[in-house]
Design a protein around this ligand. Structure first.
Ligand SMILES: NC(=O)c1ccc[n+]([C@@H]2O[C@H](COP(=O)([O-])OP(=O)(O)OC[C@H]3O[C@@H](n4cnc5c(N)ncnc54)[C@H](O)[C@@H]3O)[C@@H](O)[C@H]2O)c1
Length: 291
């Protein structure tokens, strides 16, 4: 399967980063979003990310100009998908929205086009089943920020073909990623392990084993984690983490039961950096995070 044109649906946190990597890899890239302001913000972000990359010696001015020239934008999936070889959706984590998109793609995309979802936890098999071409449907789970994170977790649904996996692994490598291929299972590899570590850290905090800052420090300095579990959950969002744990608890059983302290923080509106307070407090400008 030759891939020349990549369509990225959703220009939010993930979609704009995926478009950056796709254009830098040399693919003709279409960035599509229902919201025109999001498309414009996405393009701004891509320009700034290139400037940052140039400053860090990771990209050149020439690569920036050539990559940006490869990106076009759209607000209409049915038109944008017609010429695309690889379509990666990065719309919000709601099955209903993903199913709507896969239905439109099935109707308007060309035969042989690959439909990939950037979902962090939902079933690829369920998305594939709404189409008449499940063998072309797959998960391409990128990480945030996409242009800096090395991993691409490829997720195979029940009917995903070997050829689809090979084409997406090749595209991922062209985008500078190291690839792992996993069979569909709740939370895949990364979200499942990360949710467990984060939940255990909350149980320790609840039991008074150590302070949040010391638990973070212990994992960073003792286990070489780049971020502590509480720093990370504040970045991801406590509500997001709770919903992943609830999904794992429903599908995989008792050991994924969310820690009551995490549930309590979410009820209190302590959602992390985005709400000004999570495990740590970010309200005072310039203040150091504190629990
Ligand atoms: N944020 C992360 O750290 C992260 C990491 C890995 C995977 N993911 C997954 O990536 C996906 C996107 O997450 P995000 O954080 O980028 O979301 P986001 O909310 O930042 O962006 C979603 C974008 O989709 C657009 N959108 C909504 N409905 C649409 C539609 N029908 N057609 C076209 N565009 C539409 C929105 O306008 C928005 O710009 C989710 O499935 C999420 O689970 C997120």
């Amino acid at each position: 399967m030759g891939i020349e044109t990549v369509l990225v649906i959703g220009a939010g946190t993930m979609g704009r980063g995926i478009a950056y990597c796709s254009a830098l890899a040399g693919y003709k890239t279409i960035l599509e979003d229902v919201s025109q302001p999001m498309v414009e913000q996405g393009l701004d972000y891509i320009r700034r990310a290139f400037d940052e990359g140039i400053a860090r010696g990771k990209a050149t001015e020439e690569q920036k100009q050539q990559s940006i020239a490869r990106i076009s934008t759209s607000n209409a999936i049915q038109d944008a998908c017609r010429g695309a070889d690889l379509i990666i959706e990065a719309v919000p984590e709601e099955m209903e929205t993903k199913l709507e998109i896969f239905t439109i793609l099935d109707k308007f995309a060309k035969p042989g086009a690959i439909f990939a979802s950037n979902t962090s936890s939902l079933s690829i098999t369920e998305m594939a089943a709404i189409t008449f071409r499940p063998e072309y449907c797959i998960g391409m789970h990128f990480f945030n920020p996409v242009q800096k994170m090395k991993l691409l977790e490829i997720v195979c649904g029940l009917e995903t073909s070997e050829a689809t996996v090979a084409a997406c692994a090749g595209a991922g490598r062209n985008m500078g990623k190291d690839v792992v291929v996993v069979r569909e299972s709740p939370g895949f590899v990364t979200s499942r392990i990360n949710a467990m570590i984060g939940n255990e850290a909350f149980f320790m905090l609840q039991e008074g084993v150590a302070s949040a800052a010391d638990i973070d420090k212990a994992l960073k300095l003792g286990l070489n984690h780049p971020m502590g579990p509480f720093e990370l959950v504040d970045l991801v969002g406590l509500d997001v983490r709770l919903s992943i744990l609830q999904h794992l608890h429903r599908t995989l059983g008792e050991k994924y039961r969310p820690c009551p302290l995490l549930e309590q923080y979410v009820k209190a509106g302590r959602l992390g950096r985005k709400s000004g307070r999570g495990v740590y407090d970010y309200k005072e400008a310039g203040a150091k995070p504190k629990s």
